[in-house]
Design a protein around this ligand. Structure first.
Ligand SMILES: [Zn+2]
Length: 451
């Protein structure tokens, strides 16, 4: 590696995450790797890029999305969780084609890149977001979803999951990999969970599942009652209470281990937190989606104290309504303080750690989420030249609490490739957004016709 091939990116503040903030710092990149981090005046490189009044940090890791739902932003306002899911499922099946879902996913990936997100972990039933991620050059994982609340569906669900994974693996790349996701306890039988756990272990596939998201789910798993139980009984699917929390029940299926990412984990008591920690499973916290749907506040502080790797996720924009991991970090800070009734139960700096290094740990992706020699060159930078951005006592507080929503990245780099400069996704195709808007008109017409 010659000095000439190195590029030094300079900024007023550098946040290495694993080390304290650096004023007037630089990150030197060579190809796809970071080779040096330190004071600006000591940076040695063939080319120097000045980001100016900006915060330069590792690219953000969004550990839970549903990119193919990007076109449904704002469509499901005010519905309770069960109706939200019911309408969402119907519109996806009856109105949106695979081409519509792909366009929506492409818009979602571009939104991620503009927000400084360099890694996305997406759950999808169609699998199409994998193509959107790969074509855009973002890093990511596509967890292919499986459903089957009736134990009699197990073999069929597993067979189509295996086929789907084989098909997607042909499209995978060094940056974008494939995992599996049994959707949730009220859509997946105990025997299907167990079968997927075994399959994932055999094939060394990463696993994610929605769990302990709602009070309705707890009633379903523990008592065999509530809206999810009623819906399954109406379909002649037998339902029995287990007397267990969702997470204890998941443990019984054999799914809890270090490859598993638990999505939400809101309704988790101290015994559940200990269970997750004992199995080395990981959690992705989606505070804005959880607040918006009225689901509750996950015990993130207790999870971190138990040594659990916790990531942040935006969930879909159909329950959020924006993909902005810095706002997610802010919401996490505010909710944890409310939950614990003390200030800074989670500090701004802790929250940025969850949004970067925490995400990398939770996804078992080594060498990202921090700025240090040897880490991958996934970077983002945000301008801090707004009038309210001074004085700066702590750049992490400035970024999380002061700079408002909607800010766009001055730089987003994935694997050494610059994908965003000054808030603009390089090479973005504007026709995709036009088609997503056209699909939204069909969604509205469908609603009028079915009401
Ligand atoms: Zn989700």
């Amino acid at each position: 590696m010659s000095r000439d091939s190195r590029v030094a990116w300079h900024a007023r503040w550098v946040l290495p995450i694993a080390h304290p903030p650096l004023r007037d710092g630089a990150v030197v990149v060579d190809g796809a790797r970071i080779v040096w981090v330190g004071p600006s005046e000591e940076a040695e490189a063939g080319r120097h890029e000045q980001l100016g009044e900006a915060i330069l940090m590792p690219g953000l890791v969004n550990a839970h999305t549903h990119l193919e739902l990007t076109g449904l932003r704002g469509f499901l306002e005010g519905l309770d969780f069960r109706d939200w899911l019911r309408v969402l499922t119907a519109v996806r099946a009856q109105v949106l084609s695979e081409a519509d879902l792909l366009d929506a996913a492409r818009c979602g990936v571009n939104e991620a890149l503009r927000a400084g997100i360099t890694t996305v972990a997406d759950c999808s039933a169609s699998g199409v977001p994998l193509r959107a991620m790969r074509d855009a050059g973002i890093r990511g994982r596509l967890y292919l979803e499986t459903f089957g609340p009736d134990p009699r569906q197990r073999d069929e669900s597993l067979r189509s999951l295996r086929e789907g994974v084989a098909r997607l693996q042909r499209d995978a790349s060094p940056l974008v990999t494939v995992g599996v996701s049994p959707h949730a306890p009220y859509t997946v039988s105990e025997s299907l969970y167990a079968a997927v756990a075994e399959y994932a272990r055999e094939e060394r596939l990463a696993v994610a599942t929605h769990v302990a998201e709602s009070a309705a789910e707890t009633a379903f798993v523990r008592d065999g009652t509530g809206p999810f139980a009623d819906r399954l009984r109406a379909r002649d699917i037998p339902v029995q209470g287990t007397g267990l929390s969702s997470i204890a029940w998941l443990e019984r299926t054999g799914l809890l281990d270090s490859s598993v990412l638990l999505i939400h984990a809101i309704h988790a008591d101290a015994a559940d937190v200990a269970r997750v920690a004992a199995h080395g499973a990981h959690v992705v916290h989606c505070p804005i989606s959880n607040a918006k749907l009225g689901q509750g506040i996950a015990p993130v502080r207790a999870m971190r104290e138990a040594g659990i790797a916790v990531a942040l996720g935006s969930d879909s924009v159909a329950s959020n309504d924006a993909m902005d991991l810095v706002q997610e970090a802010r919401q996490a800070v505010l909710l944890q303080s409310l939950h614990a009734a003390i200030p800074d139960a989670l500090s701004a700096s802790d929250a940025l750690t969850l949004a970067t290094q925490g995400g990398a740990r939770a996804l078992n992706m080594d060498g990202l989420g921090v700025l240090e020699p040897g880490a991958v060159a996934d970077l983002c930078a945000f301008a801090i030249d707004a009038p309210e951005a001074a004085p700066v006592y702590d750049p992490t507080v400035l970024l999380v609490h002061v700079l408002g929503a909607g800010r766009r990245a001055r730089l987003t780099m994935v694997d050494g490739n610059v994908l965003v400069r000054d808030g603009v996704v390089l090479g973005e195709d504007p026709s995709v957004r036009v088609r997503v808007n056209t699909a939204a008109e069909r969604v509205v017409a469908w609603r009028r016709a079915t009401e």
